[in-house]
Design a protein around this ligand. Structure first.
Ligand code: C2G
Length: 131
């Protein structure tokens, strides 16, 4: 039994890298189950992100991870409260580039922001690929 029953986290997870992996593993260490909401391609364009890898493949990678219990789609900014309630999550976690942005969820579950893994990002990988 871990401190939480079911954690949820959100992300694009494009060009999956060790920063994403370490975040998911650290969340999984806090809860018996980990649900991950993967941003759809349509939502990414709303976020102003163009994905290299399409949603279906990003979701397939995330759901194949041993530390991930279930993948759901993220289609908009406003689904988090419903996701937390519908999935009975008692923990919401994001990297600390989002610190404070989702504190409204504290009415429904615990909210934790974890330090990002320095030195790696999808943006940097894209720059290297462009060279
Ligand atoms: N991350 C990390 N270390 C990195 C890069 C990313 O810990 N070096 C974390 C981010 O903080 C985030 C998660 O990995 O918690 C996914 O990162 P992105 O795919 O960039 O997700 P983002 O675009 O921030 O989407 O509604 C919330 C959004 O969907 C979050």
């Amino acid at each position: 039994m871990k401190k939480y029953k079911r954690a949820i986290t959100y992300g694009t997870f494009d060009l999956f890298h060790v920063g994403h992996l370490r975040l998911l593993k650290r969340v999984a260490a806090l809860a018996d189950e980990l649900y991950v909401a993967v941003s759809s391609d349509e939502f990414n364009s709303i976020k102003g992100k163009t994905c290299v890898i399409p949603f279906a493949e990003r979701a397939e990678i995330i759901e194949s991870l041993a530390c991930v219990t279930k993948v759901i789609r993220e289609d908009n900014w406003d689904q988090k409260i419903n996701d937390v309630k519908e999935n009975h999550c008692d923990l919401f976690v994001m990297g600390d580039d989002w610190t404070g942005k989702f504190d409204f969820l504290k009415d429904y579950c615990d909210v934790i922001y974890l330090p990002r893994t320095p030195g790696v990002s999808t943006t940097d990988i894209k720059k290297i690929l462009k060279k």
